[in-house]
Design a protein around this ligand. Sequence first.
Ligand SMILES: NC(=O)NCCC[C@H](N)C(=O)O
Length: 485
Amino acid sequence: MPKDNAFASVTSEIGTLRKLLVHSPDSGLGKVVPSKAQDWLFEDIVHLDTIRRKEYDYYTKILLYFLDPEKIQGRLKKIDGKDGQRNFYKPGHKEFYRSEKVIELQWLLEEILEDREIRLTLIASVCAVEGCSYAIQQNLMDYPAADLAKIFISGTATDKSMLFPPIPNFIFTRDIGITINNHILLNKPAKKARTREALLVRYIFFNHPLFASLRENIIELPDTHQHFLLPKEGDEKKVTLEGGDVMVVTKDHVLIGVSERTSMEAAHQAIHALFERNVVKKVSIVKIPKKRDYMHIDTVFTQVKRNVWVMLGNFSKKAIKKEDADTVQRILEGKKDDNKIKIIQFRKKDLENPVYFDNLEDLLNDISRNDMGCDEKTRFIYSGNNEFPFDAREQWTDSCNVLALKEGVVLGYDRNDKTADAFENAGFKILHAKELLDELEAGTITTDEIKDSLILMPSAELSRARGGFHCMSMPIYREELKIEN
Ligand SMILES: NC(=O)NCCC[C@H](N)C(=O)O
């Protein structure tokens, strides 16, 4: 349990995780059709039963074991028993795990929908966003809260009719908002497919009693003045921001990616909002190429320990030097600056004089050494062991997108073999989720004993959704790291 009484506090990427928001794959994932997969931001269609039972359920078990063991310890056989109903994992079912540490968004949505006024407003809002008929809107009022929550998320009514599209990316809770110290910065999705997620989450944060103490600390970025007059596509003046582009590296320092999803204008607004409210003292803007493969900064790097990061080699010093080595190419492509990473750090006390970094490694090294006071050498583990073509292949399947359960213990996909080798070479133990759970249940190991490890999770279906465990988590509370400066 957190030592203080604050409900929310995230001051790093790697402090021991105590509370997070998640959403397990709902039936909407099983409704993605090939013709809409790209619009709905999936590269492929997934097999629902496999993604749940053989993949995501392991994530739930590991999270509960680390964050809320009473819910699961000694009960695994029964939970996954022969009846095969998975009731423990189903929000809305009476046997659902209902953890206040591993917090399921569908459960919170159901709870706020018990309130008639919220139900009416949210029905009207969802119907407006989805362009539903008046008849459907009236019809939705007859559903009990649990069914309505399911419908809002899956898009499908209890009689199996599809009322509106699913929101299959709701499993990527990272992107709905970010806890920065004891504030929550809400997102403004860049893609239409994620609009309903933002709407539902806004209602949860502003209405669920769990967040009552935080209401004053919820930050919503304003839109650009007369934003409705802006051209449809490609205007940097639009304010769009997704959580995968925000990383809280220390209590004073936040990184904000400018990417395919987060606009420069949003970064600009966020810097002002965070400085004006005294949330942090330093914001580093990390501008990455606007590419589907790199959609947010957490798809190209995440933190493992105070002096260890996993990253894509393309953004390393060496790779950037190599790119610049051919003079003719450099001159010809000189204007293609958009393909390069750009890093600018703003300090509240001296806004006029930002600091520039040439490459990602320099920034991360500066964070490890100067912000986190780490004397040990900063180490980088590269996607695919930095070997072509495994570097790009494994980054595509989220090798760089790991979630730290505590400093040095991270969750990643089991399909990224070369990255796992790189972790091993860097001195990390490689653990497999299923075996680890067996050992935890048998009592031959405890979560406290697990140190410096990459826990490999089954991933064949999950990885088709284009996000890893960093994306599948919205930390609400992490223990504060002891930093000696
Ligand atoms: N933070 C992240 O990188 N989230 C991954 C989101 C994947 C989702 N299919 C999307 O394209 O939005």
